[in-house]
Design a protein around this ligand. Structure first.
Ligand SMILES: C[S@@+](CC[C@H](N)C(=O)[O-])C[C@H]1O[C@@H](n2cnc3c(N)ncnc32)[C@H](O)[C@@H]1O
Length: 240
């Protein structure tokens, strides 16, 4: 057992297509002895793990459960417990990776883990390896620019609902909304009111089985969105 603690790697594995992963992420994933994957407390499925499983060697894999709740105390307790699980490995001298879909510093559970680990033990070395975000992959699949010239771009969470969306869209030319699933109905209504239905497109399961790219949002009226869905809006025009 070594005296110096191992390094924590936060690795973005891209949004779905297993080829959308960096060489650096691949190298580290093949060499770390321990890989932590996020899983919900309800099931052990981890999309991040599914994306990279074909590349892994002999690493020990452990799920870090976190509750699907907005209760801050419950979340804090879960992250504290998860951070301590990771720290047990690191303080034994072994390196460990935490894998996450897309980029690890973009709406990712890795942000919480990183903060909690650092709060408990500021001496731990953390290396974050960026990943291709869901919206970069989605823009590529649809062949549409996210920003051009002097345009600006707003990344927003759909979890803020229609009010947040209305406020944000007023200030920018282009927008990407992640986490669209819960309030899609009311977001659709605002798009309709602002005459932006023709300026938006919705991509679900980007790079995964069942991928859809919907150019005509009207076909999604009153439909239930899947969790893995995002919307790209270009006020100017998103079609060539
Ligand atoms: C918690 S955020 C994770 C974002 C991720 N870290 C990134 O860099 O894209 C989850 C949201 O990302 C979007 N997302 C992630 N993967 C996706 C995919 N393969 N297809 C479409 N949307 C995806 C969805 O909007 C989903 O609700």
């Amino acid at each position: 057992m070594s005296n110096s603690p191992g390094t924590l790697y936060g690795i973005g594995v891209g949004p779905g297509d297993p080829e959308l992963i960096t060489l650096k992420a691949l190298r580290v994933l093949k060499q770390v002895p321990y890989i932590f994957a996020p899983g919900s407390t309800k099931n052990d499925y981890s999309l991040a793990l599914n994306i990279v499983s074909r590349y892994l060697n002999q690493a020990r894999i452990e799920y870090l459960p976190f509750p699907m709740t907005t209760d801050r105390d419950l979340l804090q307790a879960a992250w504290e417990q998860n951070a301590r699980t990771v720290l047990r490995v690191l303080t034994s001298g072994q390196d460990a990776a935490f894998i996450t879909i897309g980029d690890p510093l973009t709406y990712s559970t890795f942000g919480y883990l990183l903060r909690t680990v650092k709060n408990i033990n500021p001496a731990i070395k953390v290396i974050t390896i960026p990943g291709i975000t869901s919206y970069h992959a989605a823009a590529a699949r649809a062949n549409i620019p996210l920003v051009e010239g002097d345009e600006s771009f707003y990344l927003v969470s759909g979890a803020g609902g229609a009010a947040r969306f209305r406020e944000a869209i007023a200030t920018t030319e282009n927008m990407v909304m992640l986490k669209t699933y819960r309030y899609f109905g009311e977001i659709y209504q605002v798009l309709d009111e602002l005459n932006l239905l023709d300026r938006a497109l919705c991509i679900s399961f980007c790079g995964l089985e069942g991928e859809t790219i919907v150019q005509d949002l009207r076909t999604l009226k009153d439909k239930q969105m899947s969790y893995l869905s995002l919307i790209i809006i270009r006020k100017q025009s998103n079609r060539s």
